[in-house]
Design a protein. Structure first.
Length: 124
């Protein structure tokens, strides 16, 4: 065996690439939506509890929506983690990103880069 043949990365089956790409896109979408709702939730809590502002009744929708979106984020994290064969530490750090303001955007970018590289999703 030559040094060159061991250095090449294994070819990923096109069907697996397709499944991982779909899971990654679902994860990215839910990560962004979760991040936006978390920012809205933080703004709402600051207005309500620190600034003591009276909020309109529709504002009660924000924490409920964030909760539902976060559940979708957890499911998409589980889905991608299973398809990408993540270790438990990676699953946990990815899942917790939906409850720390702005972290979901950073973790989404990082996981997207990792998965694109590992599964050669940017290649034809």
């Amino acid at each position: 065996m030559t040094q060159q043949s061991t250095a090449t990365t294994p070819k990923i089956h096109p069907e697996r690439k397709k499944r991982v790409r779909l899971a990654l896109n679902l994860f990215s979408g839910t990560a962004w939506i979760t991040g936006v709702f978390l920012i809205l939730l933080v703004v709402e809590m600051v207005m309500k509890y620190i600034l003591k502002m009276e909020l309109p009744s529709w504002a009660t929708f924000i924490p409920i929506a964030h909760g539902w979106v976060y559940m979708l984020f957890l499911l998409s994290t589980l889905n991608l983690g299973l398809k990408a064969r993540w270790d438990p530490k990676r699953w946990f750090t990815t899942a917790i990103a939906g409850v720390v303001p702005l972290l979901s955007f950073y973790v989404e970018k990082k996981r997207r880069q990792e998965v694109n590289e590992k599964f050669q999703l940017n290649q034809a």
